[in-house]
Design a protein around this ligand. Structure first.
Ligand SMILES: [Zn+2]
Ligand SMILES: [Zn+2]
Length: 332
């Protein structure tokens, strides 16, 4: 089994989990909480690293100002109370020599796997547009990848009594589909996912090196939990999907989970924690992305604002508009 592509999980579940109001929450004794200490401003700034040699625009772009919230102390069921992670500074990211787009591989591909509903099918093009704007790389949708019966083993989750697939099985299929010009390929499925025998479920999973990842729409729909369906359910599902997509593709740029700021690259241990994460990357993660891709900051943000307005992701649009005002402000 391939081990070099270290797999990072957006969400893990713990065997001693209980099902509470239809959602998985791990049982954690107070004294077993991992002792995550929120990083100080000095630690956060050191993770961003020295920016004085950059252009004034980039210095403003990577200046957290008041726009980015520091990482807070996790609650007992949150990711950092259950997973020991030290974060990855910008310098450590560079030293790891992660994959980056080059002349041969510079297209991001998305592909739906197996059966997909009309609602999710209608969201594939918005997800493609979002990916293209967020990562500033050409993004293409591949034709649906059919799953022959029995192609991937299916288990029944004991809590939900719903079928689940092993994310690694789907990623093995995706590796065979990787186009020659693909920077990476992200599979999208309606099936609920898990990551191994000790895993209850995962939102998604991606590799740092082998250019494939997968995420599931399943738990983004309140219907999965038999919850009431809000009037703006399509926007809710789209927002959750965009956030998870940005998270998983960030892993495929070699980013570890972020522990410095509240950020799209933070790990999440449950749906409520995931919903509390922003769509944007913090200055540490943004600098990593910029070092890999080299986009124009203002062009990226202006395109994102337009797309967020078009997709009715208004909270995200307001945030980026404020950010753009600061980018344009003459301060340096
Ligand atoms: Zn993750
Ligand atoms: Zn971050």
């Amino acid at each position: 089994m391939r081990r070099n592509g270290i797999v990072l999980l957006l969400l893990i579940a713990i065997p001693t989990a209980v099902w509470l109001r239809g959602r998985l929450l791990p049982v954690v004794e107070d004294d077993s909480l991992l002792n995550f200490v929120p990083p100080s401003a000095d630690v956060r700034n050191a993770a961003i690293d020295e920016t004085s040699q950059l252009t004034p625009e980039l210095q403003r772009y990577f200046d957290p100002g008041d726009d980015f919230l520091p990482m807070a102390k996790p609650g007992p069921n949150d990711w950092l109370a259950n997973n020991h992670e030290g974060g990855q500074t910008f310098k450590e990211f560079r030293q790891a020599e992660p994959n980056r787009p080059d002349q041969q591989r510079q297209v991001i591909y998305l592909v739906a796997i197996g059966e997909i509903s009309e609602r999710q099918s209608a969201q594939l093009e918005p997800l493609r547009e979002f990916t293209e704007a967020y990562f500033t790389l050409e993004t293409k949708l591949l034709p649906l990848l059919p799953l022959a019966e029995g192609a991937v083993p299916v288990r029944v989750n004991q809590n939900t009594q719903k079928p689940q697939m092993l994310a690694a099985d789907l990623m093995r299929l995706l590796e065979k589909q990787l186009p020659d010009d693909a920077y990476c390929l992200l599979g999208i499925t309606l099936s609920d996912l898990y990551s191994g025998s000790h895993s209850n479920w995962v939102f998604g999973q991606a590799t740092l090196r082998t250019r494939v990842g997968v995420f599931s729409f399943a738990r983004f729909d309140p219907a999965f939990f038999n919850d009431p369906i809000p009037a703006d359910v399509d926007t809710l599902i789209l927002r959750r999907s965009c956030r998870t997509l940005a998270h998983e593709i960030s892993h495929m740029f070699g980013m570890h989970h972020c522990t410095f700021f509240t950020c799209v690259v933070n790990g999440s241990n449950n749906l409520a924690e995931s919903d509390s994460r922003p769509m944007h990357a913090c200055p540490v993660c943004l600098r990593k992305l910029h070092a890999s891709i080299g986009f124009n900051p203002r062009e990226r943000e202006e395109r994102l604002v337009g797309l967020y307005r078009q997709l009715r992701l208004d909270e995200e649009a307001v945030w980026v508009e404020r950010r753009l005002e600061r980018l344009k402000a003459v301060r340096l």
